[in-house]
Ligand binder design. Structure first.
Ligand code: UDX
Length: 447
């Protein structure tokens, strides 16, 4: 008999994981404590923009005509406990307000709500990004509070999906990492992931702390790569070098690789910034804070990029105040193919200029609703062309394909001045310069 899977938490990670598990052929029950989310998901609607996710949900959500009916949703922990042979915990662990540490309250409350209903042998699998040591603590909690006692096991199985590629990353991961304490737990996880394993996906088996650390280490490494190239951009800027060429040239070395070396306004989103901070906080608790002091520098290089973009914009409008200046901002999401504006560098730069008196107009292909919600006082336009109309300077801050395909001639005909600052190093300088624009990017020559 095939395993039945419950997924606790149906946000970014959980909704994607639940749909992917249904796609792999399992019967799946998704649980969330937010009624509005569950109502939407039952109708096959995704609460955020993620390419391919809505199609995948609609293919499997019970009650949708033509669906496999393999995916259902509930708000009832007893029902989920009764249903699942394997329970994936996919709730989020945001940064605690005013602190570096991660807020574990959603994970803790998911486990606390599930535990009293676990009356038969099951495997609870943590997927959330947590401070190392959490799995140990949660395993002890389950052993003490689940009626089935030792028959309820915990495993840790971090998730590495990227927004914008969530479906593909879940169905075709680079690797599957599992922290387990028994052969039974490993066997169950191998059964869940049989399809990707058959496709050759590496399956790494390790202990709890290593599994937890793999996730934070991977995100720290990625953040380090980005801040490294941004530091090189600062040096190139001072020395008259070209960071894009430099990144290309060092990237040909296999040991370095070309990915994640695009200089610009830096990393944002709901993961990298808060994960490196939570990692530093946890290392501090463990007495290993010295090992991670470099992450403080990674964070501060990253935040500095945003300020530098504001200064470039200031110079572009004459070097003084932004008062009375019109600034077009292309991009609000923290990255393309996402409507997520959490800790978005683009929105942060737009906000700084607005707060300094600039008249900012933002356009983003998908992030407008979320941007309006968290920054209602900014100006918003319905298209790139409208945002640029009358602008004294144009800032390209999220590298959507739509922006790369813009016609510089057309934009030039509506802008007040042909000055574009490419905060993502993603536009073609020659194309814009040929159309009479002053093109400027961080760490690159001015002409
Ligand atoms: C990240 C990790 O990649 C993923 O494995 C983990 O599960 C969650 O966190 P995500 O937050 O979706 O994923 O975004 P990612 O693609 O990593 O980009 C993060 C930020 O870095 C974005 O703001 C992006 O614009 C920026 N970035 C990326 C750069 O500034 N330069 C680069 O070269 C690459």
């Amino acid at each position: 008999m095939s395993l039945k899977i419950s997924v606790i938490g149906t946000g970014y990670l959980g909704a994607t994981h639940a749909a992917a598990m249904a796609e792999l052929g399992f019967e799946v029950l998704g649980l969330d404590v937010v009624a509005e989310k569950i109502d939407k998901l039952r109708r096959g609607e995704v609460p955020m923009y993620e390419p391919g996710l809505e199609e995948l949900l609609r293919k499997h959500v019970a009650g949708i005509p033509g669906s496999t009916g393999r995916l259902r949703f509930t708000m009832d922990f007893a029902e989920a406990a009764d249903f699942g042979d394997v329970h994936f915990v996919c709730v989020n662990t945001p940064q605690r307000h005013g602190e570096y540490a991660a807020d574990m309250s959603y994970v803790d409350s998911a486990i606390a709500s599930l535990a009293p209903h676990l009356t038969r042998p099951t495997l609870v699998v943590g997927k959330s990004t947590v401070p190392v040591g959490s799995a140990d603590r949660l395993a002890a909690y389950l052993a003490a509070h689940a009626p089935a006692g030792a028959d309820v096991e915990l495993a840790w199985n971090p998730e590495f999906l990227r927004e914008g590629f969530a479906v593909d990353d879940t169905l075709h991961p680079d690797r599957i990492v599992t922290g387990v304490r028994s052969e039974r737990a490993e066997r169950l996880l191998r059964e869940v992931y049989a399809a990707p394993i058959a496709d050759g996906t590496p399956f790494v088996v390790t202990d709890f702390p290593t599994a937890e650390l793999v996730k934070t280490a991977a995100n720290s490494f990625l953040a380090t790569k980005i801040s490294f190239i941004n530091a090189m951009a600062e040096v190139c800027e001072a020395a008259g070098g070209d960071v894009a060429k430099l990144a290309e040239a060092i990237g040909y070395d296999d040991r370095i690789g070309r990915k994640f070396l695009r200089a610009g306004i830096g990393f944002g989103g709901g993961c990298l910034p808060k994960d490196i901070r939570a990692f530093m906080a946890r290392a501090g608790e463990l007495g290993a804070d010295q090992a991670l002091t470099f992450l403080r520098e990674i964070d501060s290089i990253n935040m500095r990029q945003r300020g530098q973009m504001v200064e470039l914009a200031r110079q572009a409008v004459g070097g003084g105040s932004f008062l009375g200046r019109r600034v077009a901002v292309l991009g609000a999401a923290f990255k393309p193919d996402s409507d997520d504006v959490r800790d978005s560098p683009a929105l942060n730069v737009a906000g700084q200029i607005h707060l300094q008196g600039g008249q900012v107009t933002v356009y983003d292909p998908k992030g407008m609703d979320n941007a309006r919600r968290i920054f209602p006082t900014l100006g918003y336009a319905d298209s790139a062309l409208e945002a640029v109309r009358g602008a004294d300077v144009v800032l390209h801050l999220t590298e959507w394909r739509e922006f790369r395909e813009l016609d510089p001639q057309e934009l030039g005909s509506v802008a007040a001045a042909r000055v574009i600052l490419d905060g993502r190093n993603a536009l073609d300088p020659q194309l814009w310069r040929k159309a009479g624009w002053t093109y400027r990017a961080m760490g690159r020559p001015t002409a």
